[in-house]
Design a protein around this ligand. Structure first.
Ligand SMILES: Nc1ncnc2c1ncn2[C@@H]1O[C@H](COP(=O)(O)OP(=O)(O)OP(=O)(O)O)[C@@H](O)[C@H]1O
Length: 658
């Protein structure tokens, strides 16, 4: 778009030039976002969200001090710009009048202005960057607070894609772009006021002509460039999709190599690349047409103001310096007046980014906390639950903004959604875990998995949950852990429970962290070595530390891609011995182990009460009760747990049926 040449701006920073499409909020992973239509309703909504997101930082003391500093420096910086305009004028005039005394005076003035102006300009940029960084840090810290609070990272509605990208990229772009927009508006207003006065004092005709010139430029550019808005939006999306395709290959390299899927992967990458190129080709075509106009427009700017005042100069009414000053002032004002035109594209992209962030904060619970004050109304817990289930408010409040992905199915209309009640209690002499009338729905689709399930696990007993694939065994564990609350009934469970899934999670960090993850404990090395021996991983620290076991404990590697699944499962068992929970929940946690190692591990955790889910017949002998799930068809009542007799346990040893 039109960026007139800066003829008379020696040292000032022009934020407009940094407002480019590369700084707008962009996706780094697969994106499903559609361009948001640029209309009044959406602009109003975006402004409201923008206000909700941006104001909280400036209610803090640090935010206020930083903002005030930047404000003062912005004003000083504009002052420097005006001062140089006058110094430049007199400098050229002294040359014109061949006045060496005046010329020398102007050189001295220029030098003094440089000494005063350079620090202003440099510190203005420094404090602007600092404010942007501190604001980003503040906002990201609070975002992470909300993200990890109440397991929001797990409960995010499916309509909110790429949360990682929103936290890292979108927040960063939001703070830096918001600041740039604000400063641009401020400097443009100041520029417009000061340079308009200069220009008006030189010649009122020149003053009028600039408005006419800017109006023509705005109308023509808007019409020619309109197409670029959706095309650039598509460009970001297609680039992100291409990148995401390549990332997936890296993440799944082994699977692809086993399948020999190189050809198909390459075809998919080439297809995505083709989409990028096709779209980019359209962009450069439209840009070519636009530039036929903007290039002439830019060149014309160099002679237009001079042509208007030239008759005055020829008559001897004004000096050469005034001609140069009028040209500079003309350029300043033109760039101020062309602000919307210049930034039309970036602003529409920014508005889409603001919407993405607003939705994200609603999703991670900004509604409940007042940290970011992101929503207009408070949600009750039920409303919040409804939002988490459906990704939508049920109040028919249509703001005209289209959501990023189709909304999931709505749950049956009701005034309130019951939730499963989780009561953390100390174990009694008769019950370690009790489940009463538990009915469970899948959170996104509200499909009933089972109804009115009731059972009790007494202390010193283990429970095995069996059933065909997809009957809801893992979902029952999610309900016991409080991760899924969609349904009804009461779960009484001890406070300290450790859950081991089939594919253990390996956090970033050293071997010590793998073992202590989630326990909050710091354990002596000797104790860790002893535990590793118990779970059949005695040699692991030595191996990892090239012979030095202590070094091995501190070794940081990508554990998920280094250890076999069986080794990861054994390492996960070490967490039980570190954490010493009241209850252990195992979801096919020994599926990758041989039967001997499985027996050894169940022996090692013999002193803990265990609830296991699994299909393997060998599991029967480590449990006292069995709960069968399945065949409900969404309706039938569950009977509860049955006792596994000693005879059956003996029979199960080495047998193949549960
Ligand atoms: N987040 C989710 N949203 C909606 N439905 C889900 C979700 N997670 C799982 N389901 C569905 O819930 C049902 C029960 O899933 P679950 O994982 O509990 O089965 P399972 O009995 O443990 O199966 P398997 O033995 O194969 O591991 C499945 O039909 C599954 O597709």
């Amino acid at each position: 778009f039109i960026l007139p040449p800066k003829l008379n701006k020696p040292i000032t920073d022009n934020p407009r030039t940094s407002l480019s499409t590369t700084t707008i909020l962009k996706s780094t992973t697969e994106s499903t976002t559609d361009p948001i239509p640029f209309n009044i309703t959406n602009i109003k909504h975006s402004l409201k969200t923008f206000q909700d997101l941006s104001l909280p930082y400036f209610t803090t003391r640090n935010g206020q001090i930083a903002a005030l500093t930047v404000l003062v420096l912005t004003l000083l910086n504009s002052g420097v710009s005006v001062a140089f305009s006058y110094i430049g004028r007199d400098f050229w005039s002294s040359l014109n009048t061949k006045d060496p005394l005046q010329f020398n005076t102007m050189i001295i003035k220029f030098g003094s202005a440089l000494v005063a102006g350079v620090p202003v300009s440099v510190f203005y940029r420094f404090f602007k960057e600092k404010l942007s960084l501190e604001w980003r840090e503040w906002m990201t810290v609070r975002t992470l607070d909300l993200y990890y609070e109440n397991k929001s990272y797990y409960l995010l509605p499916p309509s909110i894609d790429n949360p990682d990208q929103r936290i890292s990229e979108d927040v960063k772009s939001f703070t830096s772009f918001s600041l740039t927009v604000f400063i641009t508006l401020l400097t443009s207003t100041i520029d417009l006021a000061s340079f308009s006065t200069i220009l008006y004092n030189i010649d009122s005709k020149l003053f009028a002509s600039i408005f006419a010139y800017a109006a023509v430029g705005t109308v023509v550019t808007t019409n020619l460039g309109k197409q670029l808005i959706p095309l650039n939006f598509e460009n970001l999306k297609k680039e992100a999709n291409f990148r995401y395709g390549l990332i997936r290959v890296r993440e799944n390299a082994e699977g692809i190599a086993f399948y020999e899927g190189e050809g198909e992967e390459k075809d998919e990458n080439l297809f995505r690349l083709g989409e990028v190129v096709e779209n980019a080709m359209e962009i450069i075509g439209v840009t070519r047409n636009l530039e036929l106009f903007t290039t002439s427009y830019r060149y014309l700017v160099q002679i237009l103001p001079v042509s208007v005042v030239a008759p005055l100069y020829f008559r001897g009414d004004i000096a050469l310096g005034v001609v140069s000053q009028s040209s500079g002032a003309f350029n300043h004002i033109l760039s101020d007046l062309s602000l919307i035109v210049n930034q039309f594209e970036s602003l529409s992209g920014f508005s889409a980014g603001v919407e993405r962030l607003g939705k994200f904060y609603e999703g991670i619970g900004g509604a409940d906390g007042d940290l970011l004050r992101v929503v207009e109304k408070d949600r009750t817990p039920i409303e919040r639950l409804r939002y988490l289930i459906t990704g939508n408010d049920d109040d028919g409040d249509d703001n005209g903004i289209s959501d990023e992905t189709p909304e999931p199915k709505q749950p049956p209309a009701s005034t309130s959604i019951p939730t499963i009640q989780i009561v953390e209690t100390e174990p009694t002499s008769t019950a370690l875990l009790s489940v009463t009338n538990l009915s469970l729905l899948t959170p996104t689709t509200s499909r009933i998995l089972f109804k009115n399930l009731t059972f009790t696990l007494p202390p010193s007993q283990n429970l095995l949950i069996v059933g065909s694939s997809g009957t809801g065994k893992s979902s029952l564990l999610r309900a016991l852990s409080g991760l899924w609350k969609t349904g009804s009934g009461v779960v009484k469970i001890p406070e300290s429970v450790l859950f081991l899934p089939q594919k253990p999670y390996c956090p970033l960090g050293d071997l010590r962290k793998q073992m202590c993850y989630g326990s909050g404990r710091e354990v002596e090395d000797d104790e860790l070595f002893r535990i590793l021996e118990l779970v059949d991983l005695k040699d692991l620290p030595k191996l990892m530390g090239s012979g030095d076991p202590v070094k091995g404990l501190n070794q940081v590697v990508d554990w998920s891609n280094t250890l076999s699944l069986g080794e990861q499962q054994r390492l996960a068992f070490s967490r039980i011995l570190v954490s010493e929970p009241k209850l252990v929940i195992l979801d096919e946690a020994t599926s990758a182990l041989d039967l001997k190692t499985e027996e050894r591990l169940y022996g090692v955790i013999n002193r803990f009460e265990v609830v296991s889910v699994g299909h393997r017949p060998s599991l029967v002998r480590y449990h006292d009760l069995r709960l069968r799930l399945g065949g409900l068809g969404g309706g039938k009542m569950e009977v509860g747990a049955e006792t596994i007799s000693k005879k059956e346990k003996r029979r199960a040893e080495g047998q193949d049926v549960v």
